[in-house]
Each structure stands twice: as structure tokens, then as C-alpha cells.
Design a protein around this ligand. Structure first.
Ligand code: ADP
Ligand code: MG
Length: 302
């Protein structure tokens, strides 16, 4: 097991940030750690990376206890903190060399070259960190997290604050890194999980509320597709329910109705047949899926 968390609880004074959270992450898994702001994601990650101890519970990384064997844990973990605190006055290469030194690594120049290549910092490597765009700063953050070749990468909201292009680049980079490492990345964005992760752990108010394959979450989302249909005049709701495959019918506005159905079942032909039968015209048809946000709300009971 790369990460094993059993009953982790964290109190900040009287504020309970984690409330008996348990999960395991196997070697090579890429896991999304999803939850709303304040759910306890960063707290969990700080505990896993030995920055703070849990108030109660046991957390192990690669079989080493975060409290009693923190040096062993730190050697095996790379960490990109939430507000990636970089030294803005340092040059990119200077900073990476400094981090390599902190880890007591040899052949530092070769290591820095390698990291610059791997995270795509080539054209920016001779700049000061303060001169870089947010996307490139995140690359520096990833390079610093990986320079000691850890087995486990803990990335706290690695794409927050990036523009759409940077987002795509950084996601691709993380996906690539995930081929050889165990990755746990936190996010409050559902699409991110779909784009990068095999598995999703959902946390809410310090408790784990779901732990499943990303594809299962996707299936939950797919249940409950909605077809938006505009007729030329108002149909009767009960008549709409007679359309095979239609689970519920709700008026959106005017003569536009929302018809719920299972995503695997295309009800459009049946809707046309129904319209012809009752003498209505279909003016518009639009498919829409239930947003992942809604699935999330369902799982967290909000
Ligand atoms: P997330 O990363 O999911 O947004 P955090 O782990 O940062 O959540 O925070 C979880 C809860 O703990 C929040 O209610 C937050 O306000 C609180 N919290 C986090 N850090 C501290 C701290 N150092 N002192 C007091 N409360 C904190
Ligand atoms: Mg956070």
C-alpha cells in the first residue's frame, strides 16, 4: 500500500477538520481527492506529508508511520502545497538546485537538467520564479516535488488559478507522471477527476463520503439524462409520461419540457412518434446530462 489512513482525526482547537477518515491508496494509483472548500483536503495532505500530526488515527506511507518514521516518509513523498510557496527572487535552476541540496542529493546539475526537461521548463529555466506565469510556477512546483524521485506524489489543488491552456498542459503533465508514481491530487472540480484520475475519494466535513472508480461516478452521472423538448403548444404532463422510456416530465418554460430518462436509452424517436400521434410539432430537441456537481451534491447529501 502506498498510503494507508486509518481513523484520521484532526482538531484545530475546537474546529474538527478531519473526523475519522480512512482509506487506502495502492501503488501506481492516480486518485482524485474531491471535496468542497473546507472539507479537510489540505489538512489530510499535510498529515500524509508529515507537516502536521493527526490528533488521532494512524497514517502510513509506503509502510512507514508519519509520526514515528517521518524521515522515511519524507524521502518517499513529493508534495505540491496548495499555495505553492516558491521563493520568487530565486532563479528557477537555483531554486531546484537548492531543493536538491535540502534532500542531500548528489549530481545536482544533472538532476536539475532532468527535472527541467520533464516538466517542460526549458524556455523559462533561466528566469526568476517571480517572472513566471502561474502555469510555469506550477511546473516549478511539480519539479520541486519530484526532484528526489519519490514514489508518492501529493498534489494539493495543482490546477487552481490556471488559465484554460495552462490547465490542459498541467493536467497532461500530471497524467503522464501518474504512469510511474502513486498520485493523490485534491480538487474541487469534478471534470478534473474525470480528466486525470482512475479513482475518486470524496470528502465532506472531514468524513469520507464516497470512494469509488472514476468510471462509477461517471455512470452515476449518466443515470438521469435529461432531454429538453420544445413543442409548438403545451402537451399534458401525463401524456408525456406515456412515452416509453420517459421517467419524469417537468415544464421548463412556455411549451418547453424537460424529460428525464436513462442515459443509455435514447428516447428521441419515441418523442417524435408521440408528437405525431397527438398532433404536436417538435420545434427543438436538446440532450443534456446531469452535471457531476449534482452527483456530488447527492453523495454529500446537500
Ligand atoms: P480544504 O483543503 O478541503 O479546503 P482544509 O483542510 O484547508 O480544507 O480545512 C478544513 C477545515 O479546517 C476548515 O474548516 C478550515 O477552516 C479549518 N482549518 C484549516 N486549517 C486551520 C488552522 N490552521 N487553524 C484552524 N482551522 C483550520
Ligand atoms: Mg485546501
Amino acid at each position: 500500500m502506498s498510503i494507508s489512513v486509518r481513523g484520521a482525526t484532526k482538531l484545530y482547537g475546537t474546529q474538527k477538520a478531519l473526523d475519522g477518515a480512512s482509506f487506502e491508496i495502492g501503488k501506481g494509483e492516480v486518485v482524485g481527492f474531491l471535496g468542497p472548500n473546507g472539507a479537510g483536503k489540505s489538512t489530510m495532505m499535510r498529515i500524509i506529508t508529515c507537516f502536521i500530526p493527526p490528533t488521532a488515527g494512524e497514517v502510513q506511507v509506503c509502510g512507514f508511520d508519519t509520526r514515528t518514521q517521518s524521515m522515511e516518509v519524507r524521502r518517499r513523498v513529493g508534495y505540491l502545497p496548495e499555495h505553492n510557496p516558491l521563493y520568487l527572487d530565486l532563479y528557477v535552476r537555483e531554486y531546484l538546485d537548492f531543493v536538491a541540496g535540502v534532500h542531500g542529493l548528489k549530481n545536482r546539475t544533472a538532476l536539475v537538467n532532468d527535472m527541467v526537461d520533464r516538466v517542460g521548463l526549458g524556455p523559462e529555466q533561466h528566469k526568476r520564479i517571480g517572472q513566471l506565469s502561474k502555469g510555469y510556477r506550477q511546473r516549478v512546483g511539480l519539479a520541486q516535488a519530484m526532484i528526489h524521485d519519490p514514489q508518492v506524489l501529493i498534489l494539493d489543488e495543482p490546477t487552481s488559478g490556471l488559465d484554460p491552456n495552462q490547465l490542459v498542459d498541467i493536467r497532461a503533465l500530471i497524467k503522464n507522471l501518474g504512469r510511474e508514481k502513486t498520485v493523490m491530487l485534491s480538487t474541487h472540480i469534478m471534470q478534473e477527476v474525470e480528466a486525470i484520475c482512475d479513482r475518486v475519494i470524496i470528502i465532506d466535513q472531514g468524513r469520507i463520503v464516497a470512494d469509488d472508480k472514476a468510471s462509477t461516478l461517471r455512470e452515476r452521472q449518466m443515470q438521469g439524462a435529461v432531454l429538453e423538448v420544445e413543442f409548438d403548444r403545451a402537451p399534458h404532463a401525463n401524456d408525456l409520461l406515456s412515452i416509453p422510456g420517459v421517467l419524469s416530465a417537468k415544464r421548463k418554460e412556455g411549451t418547453t419540457w424537460l424529460l428525464a430518462h436513462n442515459a443509455g436509452n435514447d428516447v428521441r424517436p419515441a418523442v417524435f412518434e408521440f408528437a405525431v400521434k397527438v398532433g404536436l410539432k417538435v420545434l427543438g430537441l436538446q440532450k443534456s446530462e446531469r452535471g457531476l456537481e449534482e452527483v456530488f451534491k447527492e453523495l454529500t447529501g446537500k
